[in-house]
Write a protein that binds this ligand. Structure first.
Ligand code: C5P
Length: 407
């Protein structure tokens, strides 16, 4: 297959343990038809050999600034001009500091100064180093200059600590780079998604919940990320892995989901409420496991329930609200109920589906949607996989959002 033009990536690799993941990143970029040339710092070569990158990229690897043979081939200025995008993964704290201060003390830093191509960094370092005031300031400086930061992610670190500083997974980086080149329909738009069920505790061992698997919400989050959106996913308990490039926040109850959504809603452009939030929770959560029996407070007695906050209606009521999309799962009169919900909750759009049929909904991998929006518009998406439906829905959301917010 011939390679489309303008897909040349200069990949800088610096000396962190995540350098080994850069090998996989080269593969994933090449799988997407990018032409990749690798530049390694001296400390990166302590972790991985240039030969590995040469074999994976099918291009010579560039290491030294003052190398006569390399300059006779593709000199450093030529290399800087060659790139359509400069990506550094992993980018150490040291590299961030050198770039923030405009150093040109090795080949990679020099190329970053000499190029006019966009610069994207995937930081990777110990969590304390990432949170150090000097690094925070360097990141701010670089962002202010238009440098894009991918990650870092939260999680276990090679040093045994837990926190922000892990390099994003190669697949997530490749997805992001691909969508930059493709110019996704939601490039740079901030999207917040809720997914999954909530659990409302009765006592330390029991809870009220529903059959939601989270599949549809996760598919919506993944589809938005593929279109270049910056996606946060507030998720109830599910067994699903976070989609590539999506920032996931785990919650358990409706109240926790409400708090996490409200903390982010005013800063996002689009909110898609896919979660099957419990409408009621037990009025009291017993400290100890409730015993069976007839006495007051026993399990056989009637449960006192109270309403949970309506998250999507709360977001729709904000003064500076995002474009707000709700879901409606109905067993009958789908369209009438959905239209009523659209009005009552003050939404911009609602995606309605019929549940209770064996071939769709909840745990199934398939679904069908009727999407309605404010000025009376509607579109039907027939039975398809949730991934496909999510792509169609995100396409429509982007269309309606752009109609209201022309770029
Ligand atoms: O009223 P109903 O629960 O059918 O509305 C469904 C829509 O409202 C979904 O988008 C769901 O995510 C959202 N919802 C919510 N908070 C609730 C209940 C529902 O955000 N407490």
């Amino acid at each position: 297959m011939s390679r489309p033009p303008n897909r040349k990536i200069l990949l800088g690799v610096t000396g962190g343990i995540a350098a080994y993941k850069a090998c996989d990143l080269v593969r994933r970029l090449r799988d997407r038809n990018f032409d990749v040339r690798v530049v390694m710092t001296a400390s990166a070569r302590e972790f991985v050999t240039p030969l590995t990158f040469q074999a994976l990229s099918s291009n010579p690897v560039h290491c030294a600034l003052l190398d006569e043979r390399a300059e006779a081939g593709m000199g450093h200025i030529e290399l800087a001009r060659w790139a359509d995008l400069v990506l550094v993964a992993p980018a150490t704290a040291n590299l961030l500091a050198r770039l923030a201060h405009g150093f040109a003390d090795d080949l990679l830093a020099t190329l970053c100064l000499a190029t006019t191509a966009p610069l994207v960094l995937a930081p990777a370092m110990n969590q304390q180093m990432w949170q150090a005031p000097a690094t925070r300031e360097n990141v701010r400086t670089l962002r202010d200059r238009g440098v894009e930061m991918l990650g870092p992610a939260q999680g276990d670190q090679a040093c045994g600590e837990v926190g922000p500083g892990r390099m994003l997974e190669p697949e997530a980086i490749a997805v992001r780079i691909e969508s930059r080149f493709r110019g996704g329909a939601l490039e740079g738009v901030k999207v917040l998604v809720t997914a999954g069920p909530t659990r409302e505790a009765l006592d330390p061992v029991r809870y009220l919940t529903n059959h939601s698997s989270g599949k549809m919400g996760y598919a919506v989050a993944a589809a938005a990320a593929e279109e270049g959106a910056l996606v946060s996913l507030v998720s109830g308990p599910t067994a699903l892995p976070a989609p590539s490039g999506v920032d996931r926040v785990d919650v358990t109850s409706a109240e926790e989901m409400h708090a996490q959504v409200m903390a982010r809603a005013a800063r996002c452009d689009i909110f898609v409420a896919v979660a099957a939030v419990a409408d009621y929770r037990p009025a009291h959560r017993a400290e100890q496991k409730i015993k069976k029996g007839d006495g007051p407070g026993a399990l056989d007695a009637a449960l006192d329930l109270v309403r949970t906050p309506d998250i999507v209606a709360g977001v729709a009521a904000l003064a500076d609200r995002p474009f707000t999309v709700g879901f409606a799962a109905e067993t009958e009169s789908v369209e009438a109920h959905a239209r009523d919900k659209l009005e009552r909750k003050g939404l911009d759009m609602i995606a309605a589906n019929r549940v209770g049929l064996p071939d769709r909904g909840f745990a199934s991998g398939c679904n069908a949607l009727s999407v309605l929006w404010r000025d009376g518009g509607r579109r039907e998406f027939p039975l398809a996989s949730k991934a496909e439906l999510a792509r169609s829905l995100v396409g429509l959301v982007a269309e309606r959002y752009r109609a209201e917010h022309p770029a």
